[in-house]
Design a protein around this ligand. Structure first.
Ligand code: NAI
Length: 331
């Protein structure tokens, strides 16, 4: 039998946490033959709710779940973890300045970076979900210098899946037949959902999404804005932000990272930029990647047209500004 994997979920008493922990315990993140031990962290005001989640996990009697750590102590939470899903953060409240929210999150991610660096298992893989996701991940990376930079990522897979969803609704094809949409940049409304490289497997072979949709005005307009603003649309409808789709996408992100992407298929992940596609190095930027042997690589050599170039530059600029704002909070 396999050794259990220790998986940290921060903010585990929140709404994404509530959707995510049962998925992990069911084997949706690491597969049906991988036992897991859940480490759940939240802050003291949420300790009682966190304990309630622990009680429900016990009551659900998940066969793969070999242990539960539920705590408000970051050191205990981070000890020995192989995977860390960082969902906890400070939400933007009405009337708050962007800088105040940034400042709260920078201090959370700075201190959790050192808890992870000192106590996580070697080669721990980190996924930051909490917003501002790219910049929280950057701060975590900067303050955990002994964690390899390739191990710190942020979630844009939800945006990627939203883009797939829009194409499926339009073409009425199964999701497994559509591949290689891309989310470039920030997990914010400046992100660029790109279908110039996406294709659909049909009875007559693989066809470009653009050819099958045959509506450039929609693809260059409403499709992009729908994906960019989907988070806001969910909040408007539910009065709460997306949780089940965020949790499911977080499982997709980790599963593909650990177990690999199918041949010829790429997915979107926020990763530390090495300057690929003339994006400034030193920011966490969502790129198309493939994964093999537990490691991601940026897909290289995709042609970028003028339309896409402008959109890549805009979202990169926003991330450079966010980085500056985050650093101004540190001083
Ligand atoms: P929530 O407010 O329901 O839960 C957040 C939890 O984090 C709360 O239980 C809170 O007590 C906890 N928390 C706060 N500070 C903490 C700390 N220092 N350490 C540990 N836990 C802490 O929020 P929800 O809806 O679960 O969303 C969580 C985050 O995910 C938000 O920042 C949200 O904006 C972000 N998000 C990101 C998405 C993505 O695609 N990257 C998609 C949807 C949400």
């Amino acid at each position: 039998a396999k050794e259990p994997a220790r998986i940290l979920v921060t903010g585990a008493a929140g709404q994404i946490g509530y959707a995510l922990v049962p998925m992990i315990a069911r084997g949706i993140m690491l597969g049906p033959d991988q036992p897991v031990i859940l480490h759940m962290l939240d802050i003291p005001p949420a300790a009682e709710a966190l304990n309630g989640v622990k009680m429900e996990l016990i009551d659900a009697a998940f066969p793969l779940l070999k242990g539960i750590v539920a705590t408000t102590d970051p050191v205990e939470a981070c000890s020995g973890v192989n995977i860390a899903v960082m969902v906890g953060g400070f939400p933007r409240k009405e009337g708050m300045e962007r800088k105040d929210v940034m400042s709260k999150n920078v201090s959370i991610y700075k201190s959790q970076a050192s808890a992870l660096e000192q106590h996580a298992a070697p080669n721990c893989k980190v996924l930051v979900v909490a917003n501002p996701a790219n910049t929280n991940a950057l701060i975590l990376k900067e303050f955990a210098p002994s964690i390899p930079e390739k191990n710190v990522t942020c979630l844009t897979r939800l945006d990627h899946n939203r883009a797939l969803g829009q194409i499926l609704e339009r073409l009425h094809v199964p999701v497994s037949n559509v591949k290689n949409v891309i989310i470039w940049g920030n997990h914010s409304s400046s992100q660029y959902p790109d279908v110039y490289h996406a294709s659909v497997v049909t009875g007559a072979g693989e066809k470009p999404v653009r050819e099958l949709v045959a509506d450039d005005a929609w693809l260059d307009g409403e499709f992009i804005t729908t994906v960019q603003q989907r988070g806001a649309a969910i909040i408007k409808a539910r009065k709460l932000s997306s949780a089940l789709s965020a949790a499911s996408s977080a499982c997709d992100h980790i599963r593909d990272w650990v177990l690999g992407t199918p041949k010829g298929t790429f997915v979107s992940m926020g990763v530390y930029s090495d300057g690929s596609y003339d994006v400034p190095p030193g920011i966490i930027f969502s790129y198309p990647v493939t994964c093999e042997n537990g490691s991601w690589s940026i897909v290289q050599g995709l042609p970028i047209n003028e339309f896409s170039r402008k959109k890549l530059d805009a979202t990169a600029n926003e991330l450079v500004e966010e980085k500056a704002l985050a650093y101004s909070c540190l001083n």
